[in-house]
Design a binder for this molecule. Sequence first.
Ligand code: MG
Length: 339
Amino acid sequence: MELRFRPYTLELKRTFTIASHSRSATPVMLTEVEHDGRTGYGEAALPPYLGESHHSAAAFLSKVDLSIYGNPFDLAAILTDIDALAPGNHAAKAAVDIALHDLVGRLLHRPWYDLWGLDRNDTPYTSFTIGIDRADIVRRNTLEAQQYKILKVKLGRDSDREMIETVRSVSDKPICVDVNGGWTDRLFALEFIHWLKEKGVLFVEQPLPKERVDDMAWLTEHSPIPTIGDEAVQRLDDIEKVRGVYSGINIKLMKCTGMNEARKMFDHARAVGMKVMIGCMTETSCAISAASHLSPLADWADLDGALLINNDPFEGMKIVGGKITLSDRPGIGVERISC
Ligand code: MG
C-alpha cells in the first residue's frame, strides 16, 4: 500500500466566531491510500486551536510507511501501529484511518454503514450551526437555515441572551447550544440553562471549561437538560473520566483518531448509559461522509462542516430536508470532484 498526502486550505463562506476566537479559513491535509489500483480517500482537519498544523501533520504522515503492509484488511492492527508512532497527532492519524476504511470498503464493494450492520434509513437530522455574531447577521443566518430541523447556537460571550432571543425572533425550531467552555460560574450556568430550557433548548454542550470536573458533575446533576462533553472528551479512554460528569459525549473523528476508535466509543458510551452525539470540525465532504456512516448510532448529529466552505473538493454525504443522506456507494461513499 502507498500513502500520499498534500496540504489544502478550506475557505469558509463566512467568518465563524465561537467563545474563544474567530476564523475564515481552516487548513486540512488530504490523504490517499492506494492498493491494487484502487484509492481510498482521507482527511485531517487542522483548526489551529487544536494544536495540529500542515507542518505537524506532514511530519507525522512522513513517518507512516504503509508499504510494509500487504493486506489492507488488517485494518485494526495497522491502525494500532500508526497510533504508536507518536503521541497526539489525532487528526493526522484520522486521515490515515479514514483513507484505509475507504479503501477497504471499496475493495469489498460495500459502504461502511453496511459493514457495521447499520441501516442508512436510521441517520439523524443534522443541526446547522449559528456562530456568535451581530443580531442582524444571526437573524439572516437563522432565516437561511430553512432546510435544517435543529439549530446549534454558539454561546459563551456576553451576548448569550441576545443570541437566543434573536434566533427565537425568527425561528421556533429546536435549538441545541454549544458554549465551548465559555462560562465560568456554575450557579450562573445552572440558572441560564433553566432559562434555555424554557426557550426550547434540547441540550447544552461544554458549558464550563473542561478542567472544571467537580463543578461540571454538580451542574449535570442539577441540569434540567442533558449536558454534553466535547472539549473534555478526545479518545476512548476519556469516557471513563467523564462518566457521571456529563450526560453524554460528542464524538469527532478528528479528536479520536478516526472511524475505528469512534465506533468503539459509541459502544462504550452506550454501555455506560451516556448519550452520544457525532460532530465535526470544518471539514470537506470526505471526513464528513466518513462520520456520517456512524450517525445511525447517534442521538444527535452536528455534521454541517462541509456546508460552511466554498471549495469542497469532494462530493459525498448529502443533506436532504435536513437529514443526513447516505448513498450506496462503497467505502465512505465519496468522489473527488476537483483538485
Ligand atoms: Mg462543541
